[in-house]
Design a protein around this ligand. Structure first.
Ligand SMILES: Nc1nc2c([nH]c(=O)n2[C@@H]2O[C@H](COP(=O)(O)OP(=O)(O)OP(=O)(O)O)[C@@H](O)[C@H]2O)c(=O)[nH]1
Length: 162
């Protein structure tokens, strides 16, 4: 009698496909901006219907394109999404996060100088939130490690020297 696959040790095909996808695809590198107002509140945007994690709140930004510098990607994304021109920004926190179906490198920058008034150019709801209220603002779970980093620079937004 032919040997039958051992169901106890062989993973089911769907799991194998998912595993292969996660292992083989490089993570998307995502640049996001921490934009503060003069009251020390930070700007967050809601992910639109039909998108990955629709309804969750995130920091405005998007994926790095081939050949782009990180700052260039941040400037392009914030111009496209919010209509602002970023003049200076500094890296704040960067880490890799694994979703069940994709991996992302989340690269959050503190926007230290910009011109223009942030507006929703892609229809995404926007809100200014105090850093201490971010936990209950419906932020993506993947973004929660950013909160302590934002608490460290909150004073800068209120005019204190860093
Ligand atoms: N912009 C942004 N994306 C984030 C954050 N946190 C986080 O997990 N992401 C994830 O990083 C990816 C961002 O890429 P994107 O904004 O270009 O994604 P998208 O779904 O709009 O674009 P796509 O349709 O081209 O895939 C998404 O999978 C999103 O869920 C965040 O704070 N800001």
């Amino acid at each position: 009698m032919a040997d039958r696959p051992d169901r106890t040790t062989r993973p089911p095909p769907r799991f194998t496909r998912l595993l292969r996808m996660i292992v083989q695809r490089p993570p998307a590198h995502v640049l996001a901006g921490a934009i503060f107002d003069e009251q020390g509140r930070v700007l967050i945007a809601q992910r639109p219907p039909g998108k990955h994690l629709a309804g969750g709140w995130e920091f405005p930004g998007g994926k790095l394109e081939p050949g782009e510098e990180r700052i260039e990607a941040l400037q392009r994304e914030l111009d496209e999404e919010l209509g602002i021109t970023v003049h200076s920004a500094e890296p704040l926190i960067c880490y890799e996060h694994h979703y069940p179906d994709r991996r992302v490198v989340l690269d959050l920058w503190l926007v230290t100088k910009y011109t223009g008034t942030p507006q929703s150019l892609e229809g995404q709801p926007l809100q200014w939130v105090a850093v201490n209220d971010l936990e209950k603002a419906g932020l993506l779970d993947a973004d929660k490690p950013m909160i302590p980093a934002l608490q460290r620079v909150e004073g800068w937004a209120l005019g204190c020297k860093m």
